[in-house]
Design a protein around this ligand. Structure first.
Ligand SMILES: *Cc1c(COP(=O)(O)O)cnc(C)c1O
Length: 460
């Protein structure tokens, strides 16, 4: 028995990468204002900023691109995609979108039908939260507390806190709940899965109060794999069967196809049977994304997606994908580095508040560790902590995050375990010298979404 799953593919085409010298890295990072977002990707050796649109397509997908039918209305590409999404979800109405947030901006405003409404999610993803707020509603998170006990094992840290969910509904009244959003896997908590049992219970609650149930399913295939591996009764089901069972529970499926669609760009809206809602979205999508049969995508993008969706449901692919993340997590844990455990589907979340307790939260410990990792090995992680959280809109004070995470996000089918071993070695070296880490102060800060463009200098 292998300790980690083996890759179910070999390399057919390569994209050269190189590690620029250390002096050069120091210079580039300074020019980038000590913000990895501002680095050029050519100056990065291993890019772990995101798993969104950064995966490698298969030769079947590259071949499918050539079939792309560049028609505005009713292309063959659209119908090929529609068929695949209908087969996987069992839903009736399918609209493509240019990416996940495109799908959100079409559907979410249609669910906000009066003032003072809210959405409840295990944890809203940032763009989902933004679209909820733009639509004039509030976003309330409702994840189990175990989610934040990072060193303690729990098989489904993405689960809803069911008691709290029902309390919120009673408090706010069902008519004011625009929807319950099941984020699978739960991105913001480390790609943590949600169990079938939990989703079934959420479905019962949604039905009881007549509330629309949405799936924010960028990583629904990874979530289905975790159910197969960790939940009793699912050992012998296929990933497709498990996914179908999940879709049966909800009314609407929104997807950033840049994740489990295995494409570089794309999104999906699927509606089970609410024809009236579909008609509204069909109208709304035109000015926002494009005509309902292309939604901001070229025909070839839809063809690549139709193939990618099916490949992402293959168990051998998922086994290796999830084990790559686990492998990196294990190497770090063995060295005593605190991470969200068990590792989730798409990233290792490193607790930098614990690594650099001498750096105050408003000098951004996880950004400091990220920068040190770039200098050490040309690796680009991303800060998921107080820098990302921003300032209180009323007091303009920095908000303190629960955890100062650095996310090492693993693109799909892109890096080998050898690359990840290198990442672990570099981070272990940063960890050994953690006393030397310095906090950061702003030299430029934009009023919103500051983490993308901010510039800093190290605090002396
Ligand atoms: C990425 C993501 C989105 C937004 O999708 P984009 O394709 O980046 O616009 C929404 N929800 C979740 C859970 C995501 O991970």
């Amino acid at each position: 028995m292998q300790k980690y799953a083996l890759p179910p593919y070999k390399i057919k085409m390569v994209e050269p990468i190189s590690l620029i010298g250390k002096d050069e890295r120091v210079k580039r990072l300074k020019e980038a204002g000590y913000n990895p977002f501002r680095l050029r990707s050519e100056d990065v050796y291993i890019d772990l900023l995101t798993d969104s649109g950064t995966g490698a397509m298969s030769h079947f997908q590259w071949a499918a691109l050539m079939q792309g039918d560049e028609s505005y209305a009713g292309s063959r590409s659209y119908y090929r995609l529609e068929k695949v999404v209908k087969d996987i979800t069992g839903y009736n109405y399918i609209l493509p979108a240019h990416q996940g947030r495109g799908a959100e901006q079409v559907v979410i405003p249609e669910l906000v039908v009066h003032d003072n409404m809210c959405f409840i999610s295990n944890i809203h993803f940032d763009t989902t939260r933004a679209h909820v707020e733009i639509a004039g509603a509030r976003a309330i998170d409702c994840v189990i507390p175990e989610c934040f006990e990072i060193s303690k094992y729990h098989p489904f840290k993405g689960n809803f806190d069911l008691k709290k969910l029902e309390q919120i509904i009673l408090e706010k009244e069902a008519k004011n709940i625009a929807g319950i959003i099941m984020t699978i896997t739960n991105n913001s908590a480390g790609g943590q899965p949600v169990s079938m049992e939990n989703m079934r219970a959420v479905n019962v609650i949604a039905k009881k109060y007549g509330i629309t149930l949405l799936i924010d399913g960028a990583r629904y295939a990874e979530n289905s794999f975790f159910i197969k591996k960790r939940e009793a009764g699912y050992e012998n089901k296929t990933i497709r069967e498990i996914a179908k069972e999940v879709f049966d529970l909800a009314d609407i499926f929104l997807m950033s196809a840049k994740k489990d669609g295995l494409v570089n760009i794309g999104g999906i809206i699927a509606i089970k049977d609410n024809f009236e809602l579909f008609q509204k979205c069909q109208t709304n999508i035109v000015p926002k994304e494009g005509f309902p049969t292309y939604g901001g995508l070229a025909g070839r993008d839809m063809d690549a997606l139709a193939v990618g969706l099916q490949e992402a449901l293959e168990e051998s692919y998922l086994a290796y994908r999830i084990d790559e993340v686990r492998y990196l997590g294990d190497l770090l844990r063995e060295a005593g580095i605190p991470i969200q455990y068990p590792t989730g589907g798409h990233a290792v979340f490193v607790d930098c508040g614990e690594i650099a307790p001498h750096i105050p939260f408003d000098q951004f410990p996880a950004q400091a560790v990220s920068n040190a990792l770039y200098i050490e090995g040309g690796i680009r992680p991303v800060e998921i902590g107080s820098l990302l959280l921003g300032r209180d809109p009323d007091t303009r004070k920095n908000i303190k995050a629960d955890k100062e995470f650095m996310r090492l996000t693993i693109p799909r089918r892109t890096y080998t375990m050898e690359h990840l071993r290198y990442v672990a070695e570099c981070l272990i070296s940063v960890y050994k010298n953690r006393k030397d880490l310095k906090g950061l102060e702003f030299t430029y800060e934009s009023p919103i979404l500051r983490h993308f463009t901010a510039e800093f200098k190290p605090v002396e």
